[in-house]
Write a protein that binds this ligand. Structure first.
Ligand code: CUA
Length: 185
């Protein structure tokens, strides 16, 4: 009787050790991946960091007022340029076509702001001195709220814009005689 018991205990111990080893190997593998990703990203910074002088964005270059909003590129994609500043976005209403690759290029004129478009994977920060670039595509027409999700002082909660996705053909006919399009009044 006690032999059977001993044997059962030995089997149980072997199985437990085996599974404990598997669990430890998984943890070591995951920790290794996390360390690799962290160290790799720290030692190999993104090559595409774009800087910009926040004190002159209103006066010259890509983010002057007449250049904000949506523009059709030669390859048919759309680029949206926007600025965040205490406490609004320019333009306050962005219009984009459906079924089209859209690149958002945005920066801040003063402090750090958030750039989040609800219902999409766009969620980044606007940091003065840097251009934030995010890509998205809108399947359906509709309105998306674009709140600043980074505390930027007393007017933060009132800082938001709207993104209107409209049918591609409608967008193209609206932008046909303009260089830039927005739905701002
Ligand atoms: Cu801008 Cu919060």
């Amino acid at each position: 009787m006690s032999d059977v018991h001993n044997e059962a205990a030995a089997v149980a111990e072997r199985v437990e050790r085996r599974w404990a080893t598997v669990a430890i190997l998984i943890i070591v593998f995951l920790a290794g991946m996390a360390a690799f990703a962290g160290i790799h990203q720290a030692t190999m910074p993104q090559t595409a960091v774009e800087t910009i002088d926040p004190t002159t964005i209103h006066l010259q270059g890509e983010f002057i007022e007449s250049n904000l909003g949506s523009a059709v590129e030669q390859d048919g994609s759309v680029t949206v340029r926007a600025i965040g500043q205490q406490y609004s976005f320019s333009p306050p209403c962005i219009v984009v076509p459906t079924q089209t690759p859209v690149t958002f290029r945005a920066t801040s004129a003063d402090v750090v702001h958030g750039f989040l478009i609800q219902g999409t994977n766009i969620n980044t920060m606007l940091v003065p001195g840097y251009v934030s670039v995010q890509k998205a595509s809108f399947d359906q027409p509709g309105e998306h709220l674009m709140p600043c999700q980074e505390f930027c002082s007393v007017g933060h909660e009132g800082m938001w814009a709207k993104v209107k996705a409209v049918d591609k053909q409608q967008f193209l006919s609206e932008i046909a005689d303009k260089r830039r399009l927005s739905c701002a009044p």
